[in-house]
Design a protein around this ligand. Structure first.
Ligand SMILES: NC(=O)c1ccc[n+]([C@@H]2O[C@H](COP(=O)([O-])OP(=O)(O)OC[C@H]3O[C@@H](n4cnc5c(N)ncnc54)[C@H](O)[C@@H]3O)[C@@H](O)[C@H]2O)c1
Length: 311
């Protein structure tokens, strides 16, 4: 069993990481700027929650040293809308904070770090035709979010090359689920919430290109696998998914679960441009990860959960 520090551990993916780490018997400290009490409520007695800013190296180091941190899952970030609204904060929250996590890991001999990049480090090039692309595809990002996360990948590579730090970056695609109704993937989650309450839902769309939905339980499992994988020759991995879906297909799945539901695609806002489809085969091979939750299972769990909540 290990002591694991989870930055951003109360967010959409983070609370599922915490849940699974506890189930596996690990010790967990959540380090989060604005800890979400609702997401962490089930673990209130089992987890130490530190309200802290990852851009503050001293605070991060002190927390990690006190815990005796052996692994770090680094999820804290400014996500797409917040990065577009505040690019300077995005540089701090994404780039500086990742460097701080790597410094902390080095200072304390942390055995493994997994950290969140994003599929948005790439946009589609003019010659893109919908094929799956490997990690080294280069489609220059145009948005502050993608650019800041691409900078994280470069910086993580420098730490790995110069120090041998065991840090693995993962590029989540549409990591949906219970835990957040705001931001980019929050549009997806909110559509499910609306359907659960009998109102029209709008699934964000890159049509004609599909999305690669992965349930936050699966995404969390991949972050944990990467944190415990030890040194690997590859620095960054695309995320394996069971299959891709157009927004129209996602609407059909929702209508299959709730017949009569009014749900249709709506284009993503411009700050969330279409990414190419990531080929997740390397994470399957190297990290031994396989997603388990079908879209039907993920959406069914969300609908049941949301139906039990006030609308
Ligand atoms: N969910 C997705 O679809 C998706 C897709 C691509 C990449 N990602 C990446 O995965 C990671 C987790 O995503 P998520 O959906 O759980 O995001 P989220 O916004 O739900 O959670 C992020 C958490 O980080 C915290 N945080 C933000 N700035 C911080 C700071 N300076 N110090 C400490 N905590 C801070 C927030 O309070 C929040 O609880 C992020 O790095 C995100 O960029 C997510």
């Amino acid at each position: 069993m290990a002591e694991v520090l989870v930055t951003g551990g109360s967010g959409l993916i983070g609370w599922r990481v915490v849940e699974q780490l506890l189930e596996q018997g690990h010790g967990v400290v959540v380090f989060d700027l604005v800890p979400d009490g609702e997401n962490l409520a089930p673990f209130r007695d089992d987890v130490e929650v530190v309200a802290g800013d990852v851009t503050d190296l001293t605070a991060l180091l002190r927390t990690a040293k006190r815990q005796g941190t052996e692994r770090i899952v680094h999820l804290a970030a400014s996500i797409a809308f917040a990065s577009a609204a505040g690019p300077a904060r995005a540089v701090a929250d994404n780039v500086i904070s990742s460097a701080n996590v790597f410094e902390t890991a080095l200072a304390l001999d942390v055995a493994g770090v997994s950290w969140a990049s994003t599929i948005a480090v790439n946009e589609t090039r003019p010659d893109y035709r919908g094929e799956e692309v490997p990690e080294d595809y280069r489609g220059s990002p145009t948005q502050a979010y993608g650019i800041s996360k691409l900078a994280c990948e470069v910086i993580a590579g420098s730490y790995r090359d110069s120090t041998g730090l065991a840090a693995i970056g993962l590029r989540p695609p549409t990591a949906y689920g219970i835990g957040r109704l705001t931001g980019g993937v929050g549009l997806f989650n909110k559509a499910v919430f609306e359907v659960a309450h009998g109102r029209p839902g709008r699934i964000p769309s890159w049509d004609p290109l599909p999305a690669q939905p992965i349930y936050n339980r699966d995404m969390a499992a991949l972050f944990i696998a990467a944190a415990f994988a030890g040194p690997q020759p590859q620095a960054v991995f695309n995320t394996p998914v069971l299959r891709s879906y157009t927004a129209a297909e996602i609407c059909e799945v929702l209508q299959g679960l709730r017949p009569g539901a009014e749900v249709e695609p709506e284009p993503y806002p411009a700050v969330i441009p279409a990414p190419p489809i990531g080929d997740g085969s390397r994470a399957r091979e190297v990290l031994g990860f396989e997603p388990h939750f079908t879209l039907e299972q993920g959406l069914a769990e969300m609908l049941d959960h949301f139906e039990g909540q006030p609308g």
